[in-house]
Design a protein around this ligand. Structure first.
Ligand SMILES: [Zn+2]
Length: 321
C-alpha cells in the first residue's frame, strides 16, 4: 500500500521522469540525425575513377610486354613502385631468382608489396599479377605464337584497378589494414603443367610470415574486358564460398550486373597458392576473353567502365564497416 503523500511524491517524480524521458528522446533522435547526416559521407564508399585506372592500364602497356628478364619489365617495376610510394604506402620488394619454365632462362622475379595501415591487425589482401605472358600461344597466326603479348587485360587490368584503389587508401583511411601485392611470374607457365604458373604467389605463400592472416584476399585478373561478364570461379567457390557469396551479394546490392551469380569457369591462378597457405582468397576474373594469350590483348579491347565496375566493388568491400 502506498501512502497518499508518498503517492503524490511518486506521481511528481514520474511526471518529472516522463518529461526527462521526452527531452532525452528528443536529444537521442537529434543526435542520431546528426550522426546520420555526418555518417553518410563516411559510410558511403569513395567513388572509383575508371578513367584514372584506364590510364594506369595504358601506361603499363606503353612499356611493352612486361616479360621477366627484359628491360620493359624492369622499367615497369620501377614505375609501379614509385607510384605506390606516392600514395604513402609502405612498399617493399620480394625478389627471387627463378627460371622461365619453357626456356630454362634464369631471371629475377619481384613481387611488389604495398601495405596501408601497417599497425592494424585486421587486414585485407588485394592482389593481381603484373608480369605478362612471353608467348602469344593462343594466337590464330602461328607466326605470332612465339611473340610476347602486351597483356592489357591479362596483367595490366588488375594492377590498374589496384593502383586507383591505392590512391583512395591514401585519401581516406579505412578501418582495416590493406595489403596490395602485385605478383610476378604468373604467366610464364607451360599449358597443362599448372605448377609452372603463379611463381610469384607460390614464392610469397611459401615464405610468408606464419602470423600473417588477412581476413580474406581478392585476386583481380582479366577485369578490363570491354565486354565484361564476371562469373564465379570454381576453385574460389570450393575453398572460400563465403567470400564469393559476400562479393556477389555486394555486387547485387550495388546493381553491378556484370557480376553474374553463377559458376563460370575453373582457373589456375595466383589464388591457389594462397588458398593452400590458408588465406581465403577468391579470383575475380572474366575468363571469357577472345583475345586471351594473343597479340590482340591490347588497351582498345578494355574499357574504363569495366575497370570501374570491379574497382567500385573492391572499394565498397574495403570501406563497408
Ligand atoms: Zn594469362
Amino acid at each position: 500500500m502506498i501512502l497518499p503523500k508518498y503517492d503524490m511524491f511518486l506521481k511528481t517524480q514520474l511526471e518529472s521522469s516522463s518529461r526527462k524521458l521526452r527531452y532525452l528522446t528528443i536529444l537521442v533522435v537529434m543526435a542520431s540525425l546528426v550522426h546520420t547526416a555526418c555518417g553518410n559521407d563516411k559510410s558511403e564508399p569513395p567513388v572509383f575513377d575508371g578513367a584514372r585506372a584506364y590510364d594506369y592500364l595504358v601506361k603499363q602497356c606503353d612499356f611493352g610486354p612486361r616479360v621477366p628478364g627484359t628491360q620493359a619489365h624492369r622499367a615497369c617495376l620501377n614505375y609501379l613502385t614509385s607510384e605506390l610510394q606516392k600514395f604513402d604506402a609502405n612498399v617493399s620488394h620480394q625478389s627471387f631468382l627463378s627460371q622461365i619454365p619453357k626456356t630454362g632462362q634464369s631471371v629475377t622475379m619481384t613481387n611488389i608489396v604495398a601495405s596501408f595501415g601497417v599497425n592494424k591487425t585486421e587486414r585485407i589482401l588485394l592482389c593481381a599479377h603484373w608480369d605478362t605472358r612471353p608467348w602469344a600461344d593462343e594466337d590464330d597466326s602461328t607466326e605470332n605464337n612465339d611473340k610476347p603479348i602486351l597483356g592489357a587485360n591479362d596483367g595490366a587490368s588488375g594492377v590498374a584497378v589496384l593502383m586507383e584503389v591505392a590512391r583512395h587508401l591514401q585519401l581516406r583511411e579505412p578501418k582495416v589494414g590493406v595489403d596490395i601485392i602485385l605478383f610476378d611470374g604468373e604467366d610464364a607457365g607451360i599449358p597443362g603443367q599448372s605448377h609452372t604458373y603463379a611463381l610469384g604467389s607460390r614464392h610469397f605463400a611459401k615464405n610468408k610470415n606464419p602470423g600473417y592472416r588477412p581476413k580474406f584476399g581478392l585476386l583481380l585478373d582479366m577485369v578490363g574486358d570491354k565486354d565484361l561478364d564476371i562469373y564465379q570461379e570454381e576453385h574460389s567457390l570450393e575453398h572460400a564460398p563465403y567470400i564469393v557469396d559476400k562479393v556477389w551479394t555486394k555486387a547485387q546490392g550495388l546493381n553491378l550486373t556484370k557480376f553474374i551469380p553463377m559458376p563460370g569457369y575453373e582457373v589456375t591462378d595466383d589464388h591457389l597458392p594462397l588458398l593452400e597457405a590458408g588465406i581465403p582468397c577468391i579470383d575475380i576474373i572474366d575468363f571469357n576473353y577472345r583475345y586471351w594469350h594473343t597479340l590482340e590483348d591490347t588497351p582498345d579491347k578494355c574499357s574504363p567502365e569495366s575497370l570501374a565496375t570491379v574497382g567500385q566493388l573492391v572499394l565498397s568491400v574495403i570501406y563497408e564497416d
